[in-house]
Design a protein around this ligand. Structure first.
Ligand code: SAM
Length: 308
């Protein structure tokens, strides 16, 4: 890492073709790499990996495969969860000296269930630039192929390996009106799906997205209980994303309407309360008006009783 990259090494190749990378400004480049299909690297990622002074990676063997495939000669250093505290000051020193550094993880987008958050935080605090170079990530790849609502999404990374903590997290997520996305390892898939079906509901739509972008890519789309049965006693190979559709919207019932009407009646007259609650619930305004009158009378009789 102490050697400035010689200009001759700032190259990358795609197939038979070799390209020179332009020099880049000092800063930390967060470079996404493929999640299984090397063809998913971006041109900008290659230019950055070729042009930076060194690449901080989780495992030099894994990143070495990528470097070799694209003729990249940039020096590598490791940055992973076990040496991050020791490596961070070195990276900050290099930025201080005006270097350009790329951070990659073994696959996909760094920081997404991967190391890097503290580094980015420290780099920002130290006043250096951070440049994200976007690309593949299993969570978005799974989401866009799942066929579940994509407007509101909660990505929750890996659930705990401990059953109690995992179940607590699922309880917390149960009523969130969003598509939920989790990463999971194949040997915990079956137990996790059982907890999901029990806590989130057996009919809730689920998707197990496996080996995304790879030869054996597969989407299993079914209600959670069916997925439990599909994977019971089965340990599929490869990498997995689990996605779960939002909870079904509950039709408002009479008790909901009463609660909303009573709330509204505290601040507005009967007709406005009926209109507001009708808008919120889709229930008929006339019926709500009649009910609001009853509730109001009930409330004033109670008040009269109290006074007497
Ligand atoms: N940073 C990565 C990203 O942007 O997706 C995720 C890293 S995390 C340590 C690895 C987990 O991501 C795997 O255990 C799996 O849950 C998910 N994953 C990664 N690649 C995948 C793929 N090709 N297909 C399905 N899931 C994948």
């Amino acid at each position: 890492m102490e050697h400035e990259q010689a200009v001759a090494t700032r190259r990358f190749s795609i197939g038979e073709n070799t390209f020179n990378a332009r020099s880049i400004q000092s800063g930390l480049y967060i470079v996404s790499t493929p999640i299984g299909n090397l063809g998913d690297i971006t041109v900008r990622a290659l230019e950055t990996l070729a042009a930076c002074d060194f690449v901080a990676c989780e495992d030099t063997r894994v990143t070495g495969v990528l470097m070799q495939r694209f003729g990249l000669k940039t020096p590598l250093m490791t940055y992973h969860e076990h040496n991050a505290a020791k490596q961070r000051p070195k990276i900050l020193e290099a930025l201080e000296a005006g270097k350009a550094i790329a951070l990659v993880s073994d696959a996909g987008t760094p920081l997404i269930s991967d190391p890097g958050y503290r580094l980015v935080n420290d780099v920002v605090e130290a006043g250096h630039s951070v440049f994200p170079i976007p690309g593949a990530s299993a969570l978005l790849t799974g989401l866009v192929g799942a066929g579940l609502p994509s407007d509101t999404v909660l990505f929750a990374g890996f659930l705990s390996q401990k059953a109690g903590a995992r179940q607590k997290r699922l309880e917390e997520a149960k009523d969130i009106p969003a598509t939920l996305i989790f990463y999971e390892s194949p040997h915990r898939l079956s137990a996790t799906l059982e907890d999901m079906a029990r806590i989130l509901g057996p009919e809730r739509p689920g998707v197990v997205a496996r080996e995304l972008t790879k030869k054996f890519e597969e989407f299993q789309r079914a209600p959670l209980q069916d997925l439990v049965e599909r994977y019971s006693g089965d340990r599929p190979k490869g990498e997995i994303v689990i996605l779960i559709g939002p909870p079904a919207e509950k039709e408002p019932d009479a008790a909901d309407a009463d609660r909303l009407l009573l709330e509204a009646l505290q601040t507005m007259p009967v007709s406005a309360a009926a209109k507001t609650v009708s808008k919120a619930t889709g229930l008929e305004r006339k019926t709500l008006y009649a009910r609001a009158m009853e509730l109001k009378d009930g409330a004033s009789n109670e008040d009269a009783g109290d006074d007497g």
